[in-house]
Ligand binder design. Structure first.
Ligand code: ARG
Ligand code: ZN
Length: 874
């Protein structure tokens, strides 16, 4: 069935209070739920009570203390119905039995490395007990957890601990947790297991004492110290920047090894994929540290944007996710380098969200329908959702944005809200009509903006003409004009300041472009300028501006906006790469001019901000180039063009690159801070280009770096360079690395990924071989994503092999994983979303592979949904 936003109606019943009694057992866990319920005054008066379930085994059900006879209710694993529910408050007591060991879907209560844990968002609570499992039913929870003491010495729940003790005359113990904040069932969590603990006290701004703790596999406590530090910094930041304080006595985080997503914001008890908690210089890269910081912050920030204010229904998912991503991005920008972080955000947005928007899975930030909600935890909902919040802030300004947020929290605290509630807060404080802006939530697809500039030297004016259009997406053939904030400025050819003015540009330098076409004119333009448009990437659009390379490269040299300096270099590189990949004529002079611009940038600017420089000298990825070409794509041609371009730049900039590689070598103690990480990233980007220019020099530099590296970032970067250089040295290095880290699953994941990404013909066989490696497990999402996900998403040439073997392989893995873990299978399957842009041979192989999945009986709803949308004609 298809669920539609327009069909929303309030629940017919409410659950004010939940008492859960959970007796943990590996295969026969007993759950007794005592629910204090009443009819919803806003619901229907004649409706039956229908509770959601999923693979549940009902033992007994009692109404107001009286056990119901079989004919008084109807139960199946999927639902529990009481046709004649009372019309006044009542208590429902339900006993279910579940098997956490058999739960390979990793939704509901399951076991990971012998520990018990839960994942309830979006619809996992119904796998624990029958419930009104929808986000607009808010209840106060008290949870009693009981387990064998040796099996699970640590017992954690939501909220505050209230009681614990021994079960008389047994080897079992229990703990009782109470969460005073009403919450929807998707925020429920419990954990039981053998865990090590790292903790620290925190005092909130208003003086509340909070005990922070992170629980990890025993012996790995010291690998949680960075995460704990990030948590403390996140809490301070939310107090300072948004005025939001924490609201319980404890805040617990548990790291588990089997997890479908990154992490989960359960009230007072965040559960994390251990990949986003555990870090040491020996096992984690700079990028891992940055992700840990961002995800710790993200989940913490959900305490206000998600938990205190939650979502009315799952169509409003972006209300918490887009906003919370925006908040974690702002946090990382404040903690690190804002422009460098912004570039990283935009790179992922383009690689993932623009890609999604251009293919069969395109959907609005607030979808209007779904078959399986798990398939909507997407780059569009998260990343584009965050861009909408950022645009809102750009349009109304920092102060009004903060005032609007305050009003939103004040009005919506304790409620299940909608996107309209959010926008109304800002409309009210600014007295602006935001109805046109709201279209960003409804209309899918990436708008294209075409710009033409015209200089009149006599009148000293510069005119910019804008036109916008959005290509059709599934279900939306016709598109309207969007309200697009264009942050812009004019740059002179020599970088001298210009006092140009334009009455259509506000005090913050923003022009709001909200019609199909519009034009603005700058006055007092004393020399031919170069327009710098969409500074800081002020809107998630694709821009085309027919400037010649030389003029764009003026921006690389002189723009005050760092994002656009980077963008200028990327735009020129992309043009050259796309042209080369499609067989178009590219003169040597053009490539030389670009290399020369990069060389002069390296000469003058690189040392000032190595992190930024590393981004400037890194070419667009093969996947980015494919997306730019958009049709009839031949990944082999793209790979050749990019390799050749890396070689050319490596040759013409060799002296600078060698200098960076030597002078930025790590000497002191490893620190994951952004400045140190930036030095390493320039050093390693240099190594990559050097190796492209001269493989034998690259090989010896990489081998030396691999042997001497004091941290995982440098070690992995050198191994990665080696993977581009076929031969015995590489194989030897890979084998040694695998041996050295054989007991470190998270490091082996990186090793799997590197090998899966090798752009050579033997890679598919290598990947199949690695599936037999003792550390690999088809049941563990991290392993599967590291090896097979990377093959499909990162290895453009081998996944898209002309003979279709890459597609057939992925299809077979999808079918195998679907039997264990549909969410994981559906994620893998999204790698096919580019199939229509391939040239015809590949396209037909991909289609065949998709059809072979589609025709299998008993597909999960997750995979069935993705495969059918992927095959649908637009
Ligand atoms: N709310 C979590 C986060 O973004 C994601 C959980 C998604 N889980 C799922 N099964 N779809 O922080
Ligand atoms: Zn989130």
């Amino acid at each position: 069935p298809i669920i539609r936003l327009e069909d929303y109606r309030p629940s017919d019943f409410l659950i004010d209070n939940v008492e859960l009694d959970v007796k943990l057992h590996p295969t026969e866990t007993r759950v007794i739920a005592t629910l204090a319920m009443r009819p919803n005054p806003e619901g229907r008066t004649d409706a039956p009570l229908v509770l959601d379930g999923d693979e549940l085994n009902l033992r007994t059900v009692a109404l107001n203390g009286r056990t119901l006879a079989a004919e008084e209710f109807e139960a199946s694993p999927q639902s529990l119905t009481i046709a004649q529910a009372p019309r006044q408050p009542f208590t429902l007591t339900i006993e279910t039995e579940i098997n956490p060991t058999a739960n390979t879907k990793l939704m509901g209560l399951y076991r990971s490395s012998g520990n018990y844990c839960t994942q309830c968002e979006a619809e996992g609570f119904r796998r624990i007990t029958y419930f009104l499992d929808r986000p607009d039913v808010l209840s106060v929870y008290t949870t009693r957890i009981e387990a064998e003491r040796d099996d699970a010495p640590v017992l954690l729940g939501n909220g505050n601990p209230v009681e614990s003790g021994t079960v008389q005359g047994s080897d079992r113990h229990y703990a009782v947790w109470h969460d005073p904040h009403p919450k929807p069932s998707y925020l429920f969590a419990l954990v039981g297991g053998r865990l090590g603990r790292l903790s620290k006290s925190f005092t909130t701004l208003s003086g509340r004492a909070v005990e922070l703790a992170i629980y990890v596999e025993p012996g790995k406590e010291d690998r949680a110290d960075y995460a704990l530090d990030a948590l403390e910094r996140s809490m301070r930041w939310d107090e300072r920047v948004f005025g939001r304080e924490y609201d319980l006595d404890v805040f617990n985080i548990v790291a588990v090894s089997d997890f479908n997503m990154g992490a989960m914001e359960n009230k007072g008890l965040n559960i994390f994929n251990d990949k986003y908690v555990l870090a040491s210089p020996e096992t984690a890269t700079d990028m891992d540290y940055a992700h840990i910081e961002a995800i710790i912050a993200h989940e913490y920030f959900h305490n206000w944007t998600g938990n205190r204010v939650t979502c009315r229904d799952w169509f409003q998912l972006c209300l918490k996710e887009g906003l919370t991503v925006f908040r974690d991005q702002e946090f990382s920008s404040d903690e690190r380098s804002r422009p460098v972080h912004r570039i990283a955000e935009v790179k992922t947005l383009r690689a993932r969200q623009f890609l999604e928007d251009s293919g069969p899975l395109a959907h609005p930030v607030r979808p209007s329908q779904y078959r399986e909600i798990n398939n909507f935890y997407t780059a569009t909902v998260y990343e584009k959702g965050a861009e909408i919040v950022r645009m809102l802030k750009t349009i109304i300004g920092d102060e009004d944005f903060r005032r609007g947020m305050d009003v939103y929290f004040e009005r919506c605290d304790g409620t299940a809200a909608t996107v309209e509630d959010f926008l109304n807060a800002f409309a009210d404080v600014t007295r602006r009509d935001l109805s046109h802006f709201a279209r960003w939530y409804e209309q899918s697809g990436t708008p294209r903006v075409k710009v033409k500039g015209q200089y009149d030297s006599g009148a000293q004016t510069y005119r910019l003409d804008f036109a916008q259009s959005t290509p059709p997406t599934p279900g939306q053939p016709k598109k309207d004009a969007m309200a697009i904030p264009v942050a812009l400025g004019l740059v002179t050819h020599d970088g001298s300041p210009l006092n140009a003015t334009c009455d259509r540009v506000d005090a913050r330098g923003v022009f709001l472009f909200d019609k199909p076409e519009d034009g603005i004119t700058f006055m007092g333009v004393t020399s031919l300028p170069v327009p710098s448009l969409f500074r800081g990437f002020s809107a998630p659009v694709k821009v085309s501006l027919g400037l010649p390379d030389e003029e764009l490269l003026v921006l690389l040299r002189h723009d005050t906006d760092a994002f656009n300096r980077w963008q200028a270099a990327q735009t020129v590189a992309m043009r050259l790469l796309a042209a080369r990949s499609t067989g178009a004529e590219v003169s040597h002079a053009q490539i030389d001019a670009f290399s020369a611009a990069l060389a002069s940038f390296m000469e003058s600017d690189a040392q000032k901000d190595p992190a930024f420089a590393a981004l400037v000298i890194t070419l667009p990825s093969e996947a980015d180039i494919a997306q730019e070409i958009g049709q009839n794509v031949n990944p082999d041609a793209i790979h050749r063009a990019r390799t050749e371009m890396r070689r050319r730049i490596g040759l013409s900039c060799a002296n600078h690159l060698r200098r960076f590689h030597e002078s930025l070598a790590d000497t002191g103690r490893y620190s994951p801070d952004a400045t140190s990480a930036g030095r390493r990233s320039l050093r390693n980007a240099s190594l990559d280009l050097l190796a492209a220019a001269d493989p034998s020099e690259g090989e010896s530099l990489a081998v030396r770096q691999l042997e001497s590296a004091s941290n995982m970032t440098d070690r992995l970067a050198s191994l990665s360079v080696l993977t581009t250089l076929p031969g015995a040295v590489r194989e030897e290095a890979l084998a040694r690395f695998g041996e050295r880290y054989r007991n470190e699953p998270l490091v082996l994941d990186k090793w799997f990924t590197l090998q899966a990404a090798i752009p050579e013909d033997g890679t598919l066989e290598r990947v199949k071989g690695l599936m037999q490696h003792p550390a690999f497990s088809i049941a563990n999402p991290n392993r599967v994503r590291a090896l097979i996900g990377s093959f499909a998403m990162l290895n453009q040439v081998q996944f898209n092999r002309e003979d279709g073997a890459g597609y057939r392989f992925l299809a077979s893995v999808v079918l195998r994983t679907d039997e264990l873990n549909p969410q994981l299978a559906a994620r893998l399957l999204t790698a096919f979303s580019t199939w229509r842009m391939m040239e015809s041979t590949r396209r037909s192989h991909a289609e065949e592979a998709l059809r072979s999945i589609a025709q299998k009986p008993n597909l999960s709803r997750d995979v069935g949904d993705i495969v059918s949308r992927s095959l649908e004609e637009n």
